[in-house]
Ligand binder design. Structure first.
Ligand code: FAD
Length: 966
């Protein structure tokens, strides 16, 4: 049989004319002699003679004629021949399959043909896909028996196949993977790393597909109906036609399968890796013991396409850029997570000019800053960005809707409709005693430091909490907890996950938990932190007191409620990562009074639609659902895109002008943040005038910006010293203290600051003081620049202001000359502005600290001999702010401190800028970036707050010496 398949031409040619049989010998001799000549063998002369002798024999003449005829027919009707081969081959194979078992030779030949990746091999795959299960089993038995030496993964495959056994994707062994950030689950493509060819891998995938039953009721796609008629259980949230996809793969049509899946889900390479398949498609698979690896098949398709042709996914035929075409009105997409990306991709594909506005300096949302690379390589997010870009989509990073611009401002800028895909980025905390301590941080902060800011890499600036060799506990049981735990493990931590229920109730993807445990991460279930205990000296956490829990009755989520038993357990800890889920970020909601939100802060949508309470504003993903999944976010983005692409109410001319305006606005947002002026104010203190037109347009007194000095720098908050909306510039004053500020201060005019986002925080609340009270500003050193615009605003509103500006020494003073900022204000408001200077060394003004003159004012006020102090605003070194707060408290004078604390994202997403505040005797967690930067100084628990500034002192010192500033 193997001869049939190996040499189909000879057999077909021979059997085409049975009358030739008696002349066979002559033809055979003639054929062999020609071979001798062709191959230049020893008896060449003899062969030539034989050819000459037989050349004109009847048999050879007839044979030649037939070959000629055959060639002609082959050229005219190739289909016929193909069919002949197919029928013959198939019959032969079918015959083999009738035998009790497939023979070794046959199997080897068959596998060899399947490996050829040609029409014949596709045909064989189709044949095997279509034969009844008992024959498939026979085939699998044969590869188990005869091929497992070459393919160890075939060994034992036939036991329980297809329901109980399969070839799993390649997962790097725990000892190899637990110390690096390379991909853990390498999928079927991972077998290529072990030396198997692309086609062999394709056949492994096909073998997985071969297990499929093509169920009539399609549970993997549609889910299973529930008895109570509620939403189906499981299934695919975006209704990928999974059975068809599998069918196409079963027939060897991998490209078509990829086309099919792309239509339903533009992110298969992402969702295939991160979807909780065990509760979706695979959770309802009728192979319930070992479901078909649908997730793996989903991402195999785009990944294999990428291996074959790295640019194939980005090739777009007949593409006309929607911005140049300008026949559809522009759309603004807010947030570049899966919801926003899909929305932008689909709308761009429909010909809409789209701009994505993203708060971070990098794109991808949680996929980039949350999910680590060992689970989802950043390269795949870059692919999505590339696809959107190729479709004409534009990106503006460092743009925070609700801060840089409101939704209304975006519409005014020319955007017809807006999609909000801002996610649910606000980390939850427990609000238990000791949670303010150093060494306790949110998973968002920890993961952002590592995934986005690359804090673990030497050449990056962002500090990383000490992890190596430390006792790390991660609180929570979801995907975030698993990612944080496995990241800490890779950074050398001894990690324990603490969860208040049992392993069965953990919401994490089963695979992630399984991998975490394999990587030697410990699990402490039925435990919940009650209190954190720390070191009195440096305020770093040292112990966690855990409540021992038990499970009670099910709660609203259907899971059994954890209840404290009254017992506790005390464990030593060095680092605590809180992974308790995320709530909605209030930035957009707070800026948009018309936007209806739920009691959890999620944006509400109209029934059966993705539209919000504001006309032409849509939403989806975590912004609407709360913490959910990537695929659901993608599904919402897709649904919203369908709705947005509705009837267009504009004329051609109107559309053109909207597009031109939105394009201008986008360009302004993308404009490099170039340094236009650099002024050395004093030693180590520099003022930069930077081009940032959209920030300048929205800036208000009291706000700050988040600055990324250079691409490997860290994100630091800097208060706005001034701005000019017309010139499109902002002023930043930076004192060289840490290595980041030192490096930025070395930049020159013409240099570009990598990223500036803002204006952030709440603007100052300015009260009118109409009875002659004075508003006192105590500014310590570079506290003066942020004080300046707030003070100016008070003066413009007619309030009396007393500025007490303190410096260490005269040489560090700035803006004090008559033609400089403070001098000019004095000239403009001579009646309203009193200025007092203090220096610590007495070299100028009053000898001492700002608290000296302040105390005198307060005493005079009390004695009725001086102005009433309406309020005090204090900005400067934390110790000075505390001293001012302590001083004013007994006088009952309202005191506001502007806090420039440790921040990462500065939009509420990380929780790093936590300020412990006491309200009604209870500690409440405030965040300087969203509740501040100005907070009531008398509510701040300074004893707890001040040590937070020392959290990364060691790392900062190391950074300084690394940059030669030590
Ligand atoms: P996001 O991905 O959160 O993206 C929102 C984007 O909007 C962000 O880039 C943000 O910076 C930006 N943004 C926010 N506010 C503004 C603003 N005002 N202006 C401009 N931009 C703004 N899901 C899974 O399915 N599988 C998993 O394995 C999984 N693992 C996870 C692991 C972690 C650590 C986390 C945190 C989540 C995980 N999830 C997982 C959940 C999943 O990532 C989210 O459900 C999904 O990313 C939500 O997508 P989204 O587009 O709605 O929002």
């Amino acid at each position: 049989m193997s001869q049939h398949l190996d040499e189909p031409t000879q057999i077909s040619a021979g059997s085409a004319n049975p009358e030739c049989a008696y002349q066979h010998e002559d033809v055979e001799r003639y054929y062999q002699a020609n071979l001798e000549i062709e191959n230049n063998r020893h008896h060449i002369e003899e062969a030539r003679e034989q050819v000459a002798e037989l050349e004109h024999s009847e048999a050879v003449e007839l044979f030649k004629k037939q070959v000629g005829l055959l060639q002609k027919r082959l050229a005219n009707d190739p289909q016929f021949f193909q069919q002949t081969f197919i029928t013959e081959g198939t019959n032969a194979i079918a015959w083999e399959f009738q035998q009790d078992e497939l023979g070794e030779t046959f199997l080897h030949t068959l596998w060899g043909l399947m490996l050829r990746n040609d029409d014949m091999s596709t045909l064989l795959l189709r044949f095997l896909w279509n034969i009844p299960l008992k024959f498939k089993r026979k085939f699998v038995r044969a590869i188990d028996q005869h091929l497992s030496e070459r393919y160890p993964m075939f060994k034992g495959l036939s036991e329980g196949w297809p329901g109980l056994n399969n070839i799993p994707p390649y997962i790097r062994p725990p000892h190899e993977r637990a110390d690096d950030f390379d991909l853990v689950n390498q999928g079927y493509m991972g077998y290529m790393g072990l030396g198997y060819s692309f086609r062999e891998v394709e056949l492994f995938v096909w073998l997985e597909v071969l297990r499929d039953k093509q169920c009539d009721d399609r549970p993997c796609e549609l889910g299973l109906p529930k008895m109570d008629g509620g939403e189906n259980e499981g299934g695919c949230p975006v209704k990928i036609h999974i059975p068809e996809m599998i069918h196409l793969m079963g027939e060897g049509k991998f490209k078509q399968a990829f086309q099919l899946i792309k239509e339903a889900n533009p992110l298969p390479n992402v969702t295939g890796r991160v979807c909780p398949q065990e509760i979706q498609c695979q959770g309802v698979c009728t192979h319930n013991k070992r479901p078909i690896e649908i997730g793996q098949l989903e991402w195999y398709l785009p990944q294999s396409e990428k291996v074959l042709n790295a640019t194939a996914n980005f090739e777009i035929r007949d593409f006309v850029n929607p911005w140049s075409k300008a026949d559809k009105p522009p759309i603004a997409v807010v947030g570049s997570g899966p919801a926003g990306m899909i929305n932008a991709y689909l709308l761009s594909k429909e010909g809409y000019p789209v701009t994505i506005f993203e708060a971070f300096h990098e794109l991808g949302g949680v996929l980039r800053y949350g999910i680590p690379e060992f689970r989802l390589p950043n390269e795949l997010i870059d692919d999505v960005v590339m696809k959107v870009t190729r479709m004409g989509g534009k990106f503006v990073t460092n743009f925070i809707v609700g801060k840089t611009a409101t939704l209304e401002a975006l519409k005014r800028a020319g955007f017809w409709k807006v999609f909000i895909g801002t996610g649910a980025g606000l980390p939850r905390f427990m609000n238990i005693p000791g949670e303010h301590m150093n060494g306790i941080l949110s998973a968002n902060e920890f993961l952002t430091r590592v995934n986005l800011m690359k804090a673990h890499q030497e050449e990056y600036e962002t500090p990383l909490p000490e992890t190596k060799g430390k006792q790390v506990i991660v609180i929570g049981g979801g995907n975030t907890a698993m990612d944080a735990a496995r990241t800490a493990r890779r950074l050398g931590g001894k990690v324990t996950i603490v969860y208040r229920r049992t392993q069965d109730e953990m919401p994490a993807r089963v695979e992630e938990l399984h991998h975490a445990l394999e990587e030697d991460i410990k699990l402490k279930v039925l435990r919940s932190p009650r209190e954190f205990i720390g070191n009195d000296k440096n305020h770093f956490v040292t112990h966690a007191l855990l409540d021992v829990m038990e499970l009670g009755e099910p709660d609203a989520s259907g899971r059994r409620r954890p209840l404290a038993t009254g017992e506790t357990e005390d464990i030593p800890v060095d680092l605590v990562i809180m992974a308790l889920g995320n709530a909605s970020n209030p930035i957009v909601k707070d800026a948009e009074p018309g936007l209806k939100t739920s009691k959890w802060g999620t944006i509400e949508i109209k029934s059966g639609s993705q539209e919000t309470s504001i006309e032409d504003v849509y939403t989806g993903g975590d912004a609407n659902r709360g913490g959910s999944t990537a695929i659901k976010a993608a599904g919402d983005g897709q649904a919203a895109a369908r709705e947005i692409a509705g009837e267009i109410p504009f004329s051609r001319g109107e559309i053109k002008s909207l597009v031109a305006s939105a394009e201008r606005y986008t360009e302004q947002g993308q404009a490099p943040k170039k340094i236009l002026e650099k002024i050395e104010l004093a030693e180590g203190i520099v003022e930069f005038v930077v081009y940032a037109p959209l920030i300048a347009k929205s800036a208000r007194a009291g706000q700050f910006v988040r600055v990324l000095g250079w691409d490997k720098g860290e994100l630091i908050p800097l208060t706005l010293a001034d701005w000019d909306a017309e010139q499109g510039t902002i002023d930043l004053v930076i004192q060289s203290l840490g290595s980041s500020s030192m490096k930025i201060n070395q930049m020159e005019v013409g240099d570009v600051i990598s990223g500036i986002a803002g204006p952030l925080g709440l603007p100052s609340q300015l009260h009118p003081y109409e009875n002659g009270e004075t508003v006192v500003f105590t500014a310590g050193g570079v506290g003066l620049p942020p004080v300046y615009p707030i003070m100016r605003e008070h003066l413009r509103r007619g309030n009396h202001v007393t500025l007490i500006s303190g410096f260490r020494t005269r040489d560090l003073m700035f803006w004090a000359e008559p033609d400089q900022r403070i001098g000019l204000l004095q000239a403009e408001f001579p009646e309203l502005l009193d200025v007092i200077y203090t220096t610590n060394d007495g070299s100028f003004g009053i000898d001492g600290f700002v608290t000296g003159p302040l105390e005198e004012m307060l005493k005079n006020m009390k004695a009725g001999t001086g102005r009433t102090v309406g309020e005090v605003v204090t900005i400067g070194p934390p110790l000075m702010m505390r001293a001012v707060s302590d001083l004013t408290k007994p006088y009952g004078v309202k005191t506001v401190a502007s806090l420039n604390s440790i921040m990462v994202d500065a939009t509420g997403m990380c929780g790093a800028c936590m300020v412990p505040v006491t309200i009604d005797g209870k500690m409440v967690r405030k965040h300087a970036c969203i509740d501040g930067p100005e907070l009531d100084a008398h509510l701040i628990d300074w004893d707890k707050f001040l040590p937070r500034f020392l959290q990364f002192r060691k790392q900062e010192d190391e950074n300084k010496s690394r940059h030669g500033f030590g």
